[in-house]
Design a protein around this ligand. Structure first.
Ligand SMILES: [Zn+2]
Ligand SMILES: [Zn+2]
Length: 136
């Protein structure tokens, strides 16, 4: 698919022609805190398949799995752009919130579902994992 997106003011943009390896809704505490919602919506692509304007500010935190997670934000406007996890070093996770066309995102599973707040429930049709079976 053709995927494009970017931050609030367009200072940071991304683009690529690639199929997502998988699409996930993460309800972990760190994703909630950084998303501005109850979960982060993310599309994992092969590293290198997505071109991104240089200069996003990266913040690293330790996931409950013990893996380092990098979350990258526009340094000007604060929009979330992508994340990287040491558990899946070949993938880059674009924030679906930054997509130009939000319909490109089709979540396939929910992780850390037990942490979903009552005001952002996991859709009933999604396979839901209490923790994270993969990477995060
Ligand atoms: Zn998460
Ligand atoms: Zn920005």
């Amino acid at each position: 698919m053709r995927v494009t997106g970017g931050c609030l003011y367009g200072a940071i943009r991304f683009e690529g022609d690639s199929e997502p390896r998988f699409q996930v809704a993460c309800y972990c505490t760190d994703c909630r805190r950084t998303s501005g919602a109850g979960h982060a919506a993310m599309m994992g692509f092969a590293v290198g398949a997505i071109r991104i304007t240089p200069g996003a500010r990266e913040f690293t935190s330790k996931a409950d799995s013990g893996n380092d997670i990098v979350r990258a934000f526009c340094p000007t406007c604060g929009s979330g752009i992508y994340s990287l996890t040491a558990g899946m070093p070949n993938l880059i996770f674009l924030r679906a919130s930054a997509l130009d066309d939000t319909s490109l995102y089709t979540p396939q599973l929910a992780v850390w579902a037990a942490r979903a707040p009552a005001w952002d429930v996991v859709p009933s049709h999604l396979p839901a994992f209490v923790e994270a079976p993969i990477g995060n």
